[in-house]
Design a protein around this ligand. Structure first.
Ligand code: ATP
Length: 308
């Protein structure tokens, strides 16, 4: 099975408004509430790909129960560790073609809960074929928590999609993830400098000693596709132009596509194609983490992967 980890999940609430008025009352009808957080977006795509997936992480309180119910309704297996804090709400106000987000920081995790989760994770990791870890760490967990998780995952392949200090800490550790998927902004943040996305510059950037020992680095570039390093080879992924509805969560869909393809030991080219197809399919839908697989093959066939 594929194990997905979401350490700070949320109930994602979307409020579609014709106009967003400040300092007065806004009434909203078509409220949508779904289980969210990057790891759960990955989970939903993996489920649609028909893989055997188990979602884990930390949940608490009434909203934690709502997350479990949402996953049950969607037939998604889960094994979260309950904590005493309350799982958070994240609100997206959709107005005039814009999206204003209000994101709660979420519960503060205690040292005992952190220790209990490491044990819980160690047990689940033993049963997993591959592990996909996405998103930020909740408050209370040390910045090297993902590095600690890497140390107890029994050498299973880990696809890690996080940024900033949490990622920098993992890269310093001796147990490396199999794949990281920064976007250009996250890559620049990691290196502490601006980056250029031309081929030679990206080849240089991804050859930085910081990334040594990582089998796959996939830099997602939105509508410009992706650039990847696999072992000592570099690939440019060129994608066709598509009609985009909502690209939020396309990175998570890409992570799901890459993870499922790696689990099935596909070729480097096919792994990259599947990752990009899922990102594009997500961008073509209004709902994050929902894809129309009928369009999969047509997109797959139009993607070019060239070694550069
Ligand atoms: P998020 O944080 O919203 O999940 P991200 O920044 O991590 O996104 P992106 O690089 O935006 O990830 O998108 C991942 C992949 O999805 C891209 O590599 C591409 O294949 C596809 N994609 C995203 N946006 C577009 C777009 N506007 N047009 C076509 N494909 C897109």
């Amino acid at each position: 099975m594929i194990l997905t980890i979401t350490m700070n999940p949320s109930i994602d609430i979307s409020y579609p408004l014709e106009a967003f008025k400040l300092d007065t009352v806004n009434r909203v009808k078509n409220v949508r509430k779904t289980a969210g957080g990057k790891g759960l977006n990955v989970t939903r795509i993996l489920k649609q790909l028909d893989t055997e997936v188990v979602a884990s992480g930390l949940i608490g309180g009434a909203l934690g129960e709502e997350i479990k119910k949402d996953l049950d309704r969607n037939g998604i297996a889960h094994d979260f560790l309950p904590i005493s804090g309350e799982t958070r709400n994240c609100i997206a106000i959709l107005h005039e073609g814009q999206q204003t987000e209000i994101l709660e920081s979420g519960p503060v995790v205690s040292a005992q809960e952190a220790e209990a989760f490491l044990k819980h994770f160690e047990k689940l990791a033993a049963q997993a074929e591959i592990i996909s870890i996405s998103g930020s760490l909740p408050e209370g967990l040390p910045v090297d928590f993902y590095r600690q998780m890497m140390q107890v995952c029994h050498g299973k392949p880990v696809v890690l999609d996080c940024s900033g200090e949490a990622l920098a800490e993992v890269l310093k550790g001796d147990v490396k993830p199999s794949l990281i998927k920064p976007n250009a902004e996250e890559l620049a943040g990691l290196l502490g400098r601006s980056i250029s996305t031309n081929v030679d510059d990206l080849k240089n950037t991804l050859s930085d000693a910081m990334f040594s020992g990582i089998e796959w680095i996939v830099v997602s570039l939105g509508s410009a596709g992706a650039f990847a390093k696999h072992q000592d080879k570099f690939y440019r992924v060129t994608i066709p132009k598509i009609a985009v509805v909502n690209p939020v969560g396309s990175g998570d869909a890409t992570v799901a596509g890459l993870t499922a393809a790696i689990a099935e030991a596909w070729s480097a080219e096919a792994i990259l194609k599947q990752g990009n197809v899922l990102g594009m399919l997500n961008a073509q839908e209004a709902t994050t983490g929902q894809v129309e697989l009928a369009n999969y093959q047509a997109l797959f066939d139009q993607i070019q992967v060239e070694e550069v």
